[in-house]
Design a protein around this ligand. Sequence first.
Ligand SMILES: [Zn+2]
Length: 147
Amino acid sequence: MEDCLFCKIARKEIPSEVVYEDEWSLGFLDLHPLSIGHTLVIPKQHAENIIDLPDELVGKLFGAVKLITEAMNNAFKPRGFTIGINHGRISGQLVDHLHVHIITRYDGDNGGSIHSVVKNPPREPLEQVRSELKKAVDSLQSKKNKE
Ligand SMILES: [Zn+2]
């Protein structure tokens, strides 16, 4: 997209600290790192979020995430990682172009886990939630199988 910040970075119209590049994906350092090596991985093709990303590019993107995570592990020797996507404004997505954060984690870094992001457990029993979601999954799967 013409005015998208991350599309401009992917097209090299805006400079960034690139750490990884292949035909489909680009990895570059976050300008405001939460820890050393904090990297963003994006598909070069514009997609607002993972739902918007064509199926064939999902594996390419996560292949890049895997390689960069292993490289960060070798380069910075963290104790672990938080790897995540803010999807939608409510979750904190600031740029409307899918990006995966890879964040190194260390003892005493004052961070939390994914479990600390939201405290909104459902009232519905798990079986009811499973049933609703499974119905939606089955519907999408049968739609894809017809394509
Ligand atoms: Zn974009």
